[in-house]
Ligand binder design. Structure first.
Ligand SMILES: [Zn+2]
Length: 398
């Protein structure tokens, strides 16, 4: 399918170094972006679907890098089905599993731990809930595993490893497995802050500096924060990515973002939700945290959007999250919410409002155009002005 989005008001790239792109048109073909900015009339004419953005703002599809994936579109923690499809209506086109820790009765023996990660990874390779791409299968590091086990599942495609829920005496004991996971090419992640479920202990700055993962999961607390003094140490003394989560401590989220800006390390700030958890299902969580950083933390809206898109993609080595030719065709149109005080999406975000989502293109297909069922309505009205395909864009596709 070829799609043209025309009459875009402004284009936010998702790239922190160059957050705005001039022009008003984006063209995609199959699952890739062909051009961003301008396109010849012939290229637009050749498209199967033409969407008039009505001067709304184009951003990359949001990447939630901390979602409690299990199997299918179901969260056992909140007994809710269809939550991932609901997140698409919050502009999320990619979810990354925070490990399948919520699977009821999850195994702790080596064979069971490995099987769980491999099965989750493979189940989501061909299943896109609501059009969302889900990267699942994050192996839970347990004392029953060794380096060879990690090599075995890496061969099966597992590329995410999570420390923090294993039955270790102290968090320092994760170090050999985190190093082994890294050696097998995995992205390593470590729970940060107070215990989130009974049986897991607090993980603070000393532990993170000893373990050196790629990502500090919910650096602002999941939901309980580590000591304030540890934030600057992690920023200055390591290159660990700083994942700020909606379902965490808001004060330390703002503290971490401010320290990262001061130390010119904002490219390491990632936005995620850490949901569904005890905090619930939060389809607009990404948009909330973007608005919190911009309105309370003084972060420029396009930089906050980059933390939720391109920066997540860079750290997790994903081929999406940036509006540029060749990247995956994951595009969201946002706008000032109807009835608000602001005129554009970015001004609304700076004002602390939740941006209204007007269209989501995920994996090169429009999932809906016109109205998200979860955000307020947009001020302007993106709409399909021509379609040669038999698809109803008003309803979410499965
Ligand atoms: Zn979590």
């Amino acid at each position: 399918m070829r799609i043209a989005i025309v009459n875009i008001g402004s284009i936010v790239s998702g790239d922190l170094d160059q957050p705005r792109v001039a022009g008003d048109t984006i063209v995609t073909e199959d699952d890739r972006i062909v051009s961003v900015g301008t396109a010849p009339a012939s290229a637009v004419e050749a498209c199967d679907v033409v969407i008039d953005a009505d001067r709304t703002t184009a951003i990359p599809g949001l990447i939630d890098s901390h979602v409690h994936i299990t199997f299918g579109d179901f969260t056992p923690r909140q007994q809710t089905i269809g939550y991932l499809e609901s997140y698409v209506h919050g502009g999320v086109t990619t979810a990354i599993s925070a490990s399948e820790v919520h699977v009821p009765g999850r195994p702790r023996d080596a064979d069971g731990v490995k099987a769980l990660a491999v099965a989750a990874h493979k189940c989501f390779q061909h299943y896109r809930p609501g059009g969302m791409r889900v990267h699942a299968g994050s192996v839970i590091l347990e004392p029953t595993l060794n380096g060879n086990d990690l090599g075995e599942i890496a061969k099966q495609g597992v590329w995410l490893a999570k420390a923090g829920f294993g039955a270790f005496a102290t968090a320092y004991d994760y170090a050999p497995l985190v190093a082994a996971a890294r050696a097998h090419g995995m992205i390593t992640t470590v729970h940060t802050g107070g215990a989130s479920i009974p049986g897991s202990g607090a993980i603070t700055g000393d532990h993170l500096l000893a373990l050196r993962p790629h990502v500090s999961f919910h650096v602002n607390g999941g939901p309980t924060a580590m000591p304030d003094r540890d934030f600057e140490r992690i920023i200055v003394e390591s290159d660990v990515a700083l994942q700020i989560c909606t379902a965490g401590n808001l004060r330390t989220a703002l503290l971490c973002a401010a320290l990262a800006e001061r130390h010119r390390a904002f490219e390491r700030v990632l936005i995620a939700t850490d949901t569904p958890t005890g905090s619930g299902v939060m389809p607009l969580g990404m948009l909330y945290t973007i608005a919190h950083l911009a309105s309370l933390g003084g972060v420029a809206p396009e930089r906050a959007i980059a933390a939720a898109t391109g920066s997540n993609a860079r750290v997790y080595r994903l081929d999406t999250g940036v509006l540029a030719a060749g990247k995956k065709a994951d595009i969201v149109l946002i706008d000032a919410p109807e009835g608000g005080t602001q005129d554009t999406a970015l001004a609304a975000i700076r004002n602390g409002d939740i941006a209204a989502v007007g269209a989501v293109i995920a994996g090169g297909a429009p999932r809906f155009v016109g109205r998200s069922r979860n955000t307020p309505a947009t001020t302007r009205q993106a709409r399909v002005v021509r379609s040669r395909v038999t698809q109803d864009f008003a309803a979410p596709a499965h």
